[in-house]
Ligand binder design. Structure first.
Ligand SMILES: [Zn+2]
Length: 425
């Protein structure tokens, strides 16, 4: 981890109000009766009398919080509120093979920018096509806004398409992969132009995916927000950005942001939101962004950033699957002749579908290597691109193109990064 510096705004130049929010947050986590999570974390880091001395300088010395730390502790041991009144245990999407982090949610505090967008654009009936764990909360919010929301099962897209027809939906809340998979089923049931608004989250909406979504849902206004289940919305798109369809987002002003010199986004919840059982302080998102100097044409004051990739250098989330550097490394271990390697990840359009293309560059040790063809075959049999799906299976299902392997004399890595994954998304 490199040296952290502040691009978004400097904590030492925080306005009195912003700093007051930060102090309130610290007081809350250190004084509360329910959890020792931060008290223990900061005590171990030598901040035992922290509550009396909170200052911007102290903030800059605080240890970061990693997802692994949250996952390692049962939810009830990092819950900052009485568990009475919490009605939902939410889990991460499970795309990653890490143990999911769980968070309690109180529906009365729920806010969902996507739903506000749907109702704001006059959409009266929408379908939530996503992880069922998140549905009750979303439903509650819709009810307050007078929006009829039905649940569609992502594992039964044909059935969901039938429901969509019967309910005459006008909006869709889902992920980019599901929106694209859903389109052919929906077309059999209703005119895709009936869908006027699509609210996406969960994955990057790459330019290729955006244009494919455009083709499949010609009348839809497509907005993608960026966030994590444990952080809430970190970035949103205004009308200008949604029309452009790029990876630009406005920062959600409810949080405090830091960007590492490597580009990783670090977030602190500034507003105490009881929706989240555990407020996050200096939480490393694992996602990489770059800050834009210019302001948005929409005139909003929130700064703009571009999502560079989710999961940073160690993993690439693509096409509903996940490529993890340490998993690649394990498989590479089966080929003792490999000295160094770099795996490139692209999305390409092939056979009218968006597929993932993987290209593995390897350098050869003195031991010698099998032919590139042989490496590709063996690698594809034992490398998993999703929870239970090998690369070979993903290729046969038409999700990935066959792996390409090339033995090279040296590996040229762009920039200063010494990583093993190169995302071209
Ligand atoms: Zn804007």
């Amino acid at each position: 981890m490199g040296v952290f510096y502040f691009l978004f705004y400097d904590v030492r130049r925080m306005s009195p109000d912003e700093f007051k929010n930060l102090k309130t947050l610290f007081k809350f986590v250190l004084d509360n009766a329910f959890s020792d999570f931060y008290r223990e974390k900061y005590r171990l880091a030598g901040f035992s009398s922290f509550e009396a001395t909170v200052s911007p300088e102290v903030f800059l010395k605080l240890p970061y919080l990693a997802k692994e730390e949250l996952v390692a502790v049962p939810p009830e041991q990092r819950l900052y509120f009485s568990s009475e009144g919490f009605w939902q245990l939410a889990s991460t999407s499970g795309t990653s093979r890490q143990k999911p982090a769980f968070f309690y949610i109180r529906p009365e505090y729920s806010s969902h920018p996507g739903i506000e967008l749907l109702s704001g654009r006059g959409v009266k009936r929408a379908m939530f096509l996503n992880n069922p764990a998140r549905f009750p909360n979303t439903y509650h919010h819709c009810e307050r806004l007078g929006l009829t929301l039905i649940y569609g099962d992502p594992l039964n897209l044909r059935g969901a398409a039938y429901q969509a027809k019967v309910a005459r939906i006008e909006g869709l809340i889902t992920s980019p992969t599901l929106a694209l998979d859903f389109a052919p089923h929906l077309k059999e049931m209703l005119n895709p132009s009936e869908i006027r608004l699509i609210k996406l989250s969960g994955e990057l909406v790459t330019p290729l995916r955006f244009s494919s979504l455009r083709d499949n849902y010609p009348a839809a206004f497509i907005e993608s927000s960026y966030g994590l289940l444990e952080t809430g919305t970190l970035g949103f798109q205004c009308e200008v950005l949604a029309r452009e369809g790029g990876l630009k987002h406005h920062f959600n002003p409810q949080n405090y942001y830091e960007i590492t010199d490597e580009g990783e986004l670090v977030v602190t919840h500034l507003k105490l939101n009881p929706r989240f059982g555990t407020p996050l302080i200096r939480y490393r998102t694992g996602d990489f962004v770059s800050l834009m100097e210019e302001n948005c044409r929409c005139g909003r004051p929130e700064k703009l950033f571009i999502l560079q990739g989710r999961g940073g250098g160690d993993l690439v989330k693509v096409g509903g699957g996940l490529i993890m550097a340490d998993e690649v490394e394990k498989v590479i271990g089966h080929f003792p002749g490999v000295k160094d390697w770099l795996l490139h990840v692209w999305e390409v359009k092939a056979d009218e579908k968006i597929k993932v293309r993987l290209f593995l560059e390897v350098t050869e040790d003195n031991v010698g290597l099998p032919s590139p063809q042989r490496i590709a075959e063996q690698f594809s049999k034992i490398f998993y691109v999703g929870g239970h799906t090998t690369l070979e299976e993903a290729v046969s299902r038409g999700l990935f193109l066959p792996l390409e392997v090339k033995i090279v004399s040296t590996i040229a890595r762009p920039g200063f990064k010494a990583g093993h994954l190169e995302s071209h998304l």
